[in-house]
Design a protein around this ligand. Sequence first.
Ligand code: SF4
Length: 329
Amino acid sequence: MKIGITRALLYQYYYPFWRSLFERLGCEVVISDTSTKPLVQKGIAVTVPEICFPIKIYNGHVINLIEKGVDYIFCPRFVHIEKNYWFCPKYIGLPELVEKTVPEAKLLIAEIDCDREDTAALKCYLPVAKKLGVSAHKMRIALEGAAEDFKRFREYCNMGLTLDEAAEVMFEGAKISDFALPEFDTTIGLLGYVYNVYDPFISMNIIQKLRELKVNVITFDMLDLRDLHKYRDECTRPIFWTFPDKLYQAASVMIKDLDVQGIIHITAFGCGPDSVVGKEIEHDFADSGVPFMTLRIDEHTGESHLQTRIEAFTDMIKRKIRKVNEVIK
Ligand code: SF4
């Protein structure tokens, strides 16, 4: 049985879990190709124009998996993974959205409605077990194994590896030391959902670009969940969306504990939650004096535009650091 996994939306965050789960169930895992212009264009062509850019890209990956001849495309419905925090409506309605847009897609739908970050609650995957013809017992064992793998993956991320690097350690035989970097004197917090930060078509490899500018980069997924929630109680207007809340909490930790000298918020065109969260971060941490820049990406954004913006932002921060150092001397 070939199970297709879309290299889109929460792929980078949950891929180790999903891969481990389906392989433990004896399935062959097929991943859609890396986002390219033709792949993205296919998604744009079939999706309603009003929707956010990452959902259009998701549909491009669904089409790509159909072309690869998979038996099912795994399409989880993310509702919640933590009490009182919810996913944005596009995630909650994702299976229906895909079914209406790409009717030939045969979906394998997990109902992610639990209080676990790793999503490994049996009830979420019973519909998957039924469709694949595996027993609840077998599914439970596979989920336990996948949860262990996800835990290990998150530990690599908490050591400062990007999601891509941690996945290479998990599956490609890379060593943590392969990703050792020099310590630069400038550190920037890069805030964005994993698809905005890691999908090379959306982010245009922004982490690599910042590192080439001699900048240390911290993303929310590098933070341990316990650290991430450290200042949650201080939040005067709690954010009830799951990943937008993670971004807000990450900004808080980065500014208060990690001494970042700047924050870049990378967001995709058409994202409702981001238009609120970005403004809240900018407003609530204005007194910190940490410069904040929003990069809004859509299918028309050019790489040179992104490069110019981050170079200018980085230059400004480095000048500021130099001036502060001169005053101290
Ligand atoms: S959080 Fe924003 S970018 Fe992500 S699916 Fe929802 S609207 Fe789209």
